[in-house]
Design a protein around this ligand. Structure first.
Ligand SMILES: Cc1ncc(COP(=O)(O)O)c(C=O)c1O
Ligand SMILES: [Zn+2]
Length: 428
C-alpha cells in the first residue's frame, strides 16, 4: 500500500498537511502514497496543522488566482505554482435559480453551483489537480485512475497538459461522450468487460505490481489527496455567498466522497473563522439514482451497513455499487439532520430538462439525479423550502446527450418562406 518510489515528498514547510489519519481508528501515518490503515484497513484522510489553517485569511484567498489554487493554503499540495499538475479548474458559476425555485415551491434563495464549467466539464478536475500535484511531489511519473467517465476525461487531460503518460481504466459500456472525450487526449484507455466495481478491483491489484510502481492511481494509492480536492467546491460556495454557508446543500453521490468533503470544507471554514454558519447549522442531502442507491437505501433502513448493489440505469457516472465513502456520507447526513433519496431514469431525464428550462444549465445525468432528488425532498417535506439551498451540478449535459436526445428536438420544421412561417403560427 505504500509506494517504494523515491519521493521528494509533500513540502510541509509550505503545506498545512501534517499526516494521514485513519477515518475509522484515527491511527496516524506519514504523508506518503498510502490509502488504507495498516491497523484496521479503514480509509485514510489528510490531517492538517490547525494552527496553519487558522492563519489563512479571507484577504489572502481573495487576492489569489481565479481558480481553486486560491485555496492552496487549505490544501495538501500545490502551494508553489511551479509544482502543480493542473488545468487550473474552479471558481465556477454559482447561478441564482429563481425560476427553478418557483416551480418547486421553494421560497428562499436557490442556487445551482455549476461545475460543468470546469476545463473537462466536471468537478473531477478539482480532485485530479490536487491528486496529481501531490502524486508528482511523491515521485510518481505516470498517472492513472479507475473511472465512471468524468475522472477518465480529467486524468487524461491533466497528463496531456504536463506531457506525462497516462493509463485510464473504464467500464466497457460507458457513453460515447465520455469515451471520446478521454481518448482524444492520447494516453492508454483500457475498457474493461465489467462494472466500475470490477474496474476498481483490478486497479487495486495493478497498483501493487512492480510494473505500476511509478504510477499514481488518483483514486487508489493517492486517494487521500484526491478526496481533498472536493473541499474546494464547499469553499467556493461559501466565498461566493459572501463568506456564508447555506442552510441546505443537495449533492450527488457515487462513492459518497464529494458529499463528505463539502461538509468538511464548511466545518473547516467555520472552525478557522472564515465563514459564518447559518443558525442551527447546515443540512446535507445526498442524491443517488434508483439503479444504484446503496447509501440512500441504508439511510432509509436506519442501517449502518451498506449492502453493495449491481448498478443499472442511465446515471453511469454515479454507478458505484460498493461506495468507498458511503459510511461517512451516511454519518454526515445523519449528523446534520439531512436526508437522501434516489430518482429513476424517467425522473432523471425530467430533472435534466427542468434544470435546463429554468436555469439555462444543461447537466449530465448526475445533475438530473440531483435536481430530481431536490424535487422529491421538497415534496416529501424533508427539505425546508424557506431555507437557502445550493444544489450541485457536477457535470456537462453534452457528455450524456443520449439521455434526452429522444425527448427534445426542433419544435417546428418549415420551408424557408414567410408564408411557411405564418402557416406554422410563428407570426402570431
Ligand atoms: C458528474 C459526477 N458527479 C458526482 C460524482 C460523485 O462523486 P463521489 O464519488 O465523490 O461521490 C461523480 C463521480 O464519478 C461524477 O462523475
Ligand atoms: Zn484504522
Amino acid at each position: 500500500m505504500t509506494s517504494t518510489v523515491a519521493a521528494s515528498g509533500i513540502d510541509t514547510t509550505a503545506s498545512p498537511a501534517r499526516a494521514l489519519v485513519c477515518r475509522a481508528c484515527q491511527a496516524r501515518y506519514p504523508l506518503a502514497a498510502q490509502h488504507a490503515c495498516y491497523e484496521c484497513f479503514g480509509p485514510l484522510e489528510v490531517d492538517y496543522d490547525s494552527a496553519a489553517l487558522a492563519r489563512v485569511t479571507r484577504e489572502q484567498i481573495e487576492a489569489g488566482p481565479a481558480n481553486l489554487w486560491r485555496y492552496a493554503a487549505l490544501l495538501p499540495a500545490g502551494q508553489d505554482p511551479a509544482t502543480r499538475v493542473t488545468l487550473d479548474p474552479g471558481l465556477t458559476p454559482l447561478v441564482a435559480a429563481p425560476h427553478l425555485a418557483a416551480e418547486l415551491g421553494i421560497t428562499a434563495p436557490l442556487w445551482v453551483k455549476d461545475d460543468s464549467a470546469n476545463p473537462t466539464q466536471s468537478f473531477k478536475d478539482r480532485v485530479v489537480s490536487v491528486a496529481l500535484t501531490a502524486a508528482r511531489a511523491l515521485g510518481f511519473t505516470r498517472f492513472a485512475c479507475a473511472s465512471t467517465g468524468n475522472l477518465a476525461n480529467s486524468v487524461a487531460a491533466h497528463a496531456a497538459r504536463v506531457g506525462a503518460p497516462s493509463v485510464v481504466f473504464i467500464p466497457g459500456d460507458l457513453e460515447q461522450g465520455k469515451v471520446v472525450t478521454t481518448a482524444v487526449y492520447g494516453g492508454d484507455l483500457v475498457a474493461i468487460d465489467g462494472s466500475y466495481d470490477d474496474v476498481n478491483r483490478l486497479c487495486g491489484e495493478l497498483v501493487e505490481t512492480d510494473e505500476f510502481e511509478d504510477t499514481a492511481f488518483v483514486n487508489v494509492n493517492v486517494r487521500p489527496y484526491y478526496a481533498e480536492g472536493s473541499k474546494t467546491l464547499g469553499y467556493e460556495v461559501a466565498e461566493q455567498l459572501g463568506w456564508r454557508i447555506p442552510a441546505q446543500v443537495v449533492i450527488p453521490m457515487a462513492s459518497g466522497e464529494l458529499l463528505t468533503k463539502i461538509d468538511k470544507a464548511f466545518a473547516e471554514l467555520v472552525e478557522i473563522g472564515l465563514a459564518e454558519a447559518p443558525a442551527g447549522g447546515w443540512r446535507v442531502f445526498g442524491a443517488q439514482s434508483a439503479g444504484c442507491n446503496p447509501i440512500a437505501t441504508a439511510l432509509h433502513a436506519g442501517s449502518d451497513e451498506i449492502v453493495p448493489v449491481k448498478p443499472t440505469g442511465i446515471a453511469k457516472s454515479l454507478n458505484i455499487g460498493d461506495p468507498a465513502a458511503g459510511l461517512y456520507a451516511l454519518e454526515a447526513v445523519r449528523r446534520s439532520g439531512g436526508w437522501m433519496d434516489y430518482a429513476d431514469d424517467d425522473e432523471i431525464r425530467a430533472g435534466i430538462r427542468l434544470l435546463a428550462r429554468t436555469t439555462g444549465v444543461f447537466a449530465e445525468t448526475a445533475g438530473g439525479v440531483t435536481v430530481a432528488v431536490l424535487r422529491k425532498l421538497v415534496e416529501a417535506g424533508k427539505l425546508d423550502p424557506a431555507a437557502e439551498t445550493v444544489v450541485f451540478n457536477t457535470g456537462e449535459g453534452l457528455k450524456t446527450i443520449d439521455a434526452v436526445a429522444g425527448q427534445v428536438g426542433p419544435t417546428h420544421r418549415i420551408r424557408p418562406s414567410l408564408r411557411a412561417a405564418r402557416d406554422a403560427g410563428l407570426l402570431g
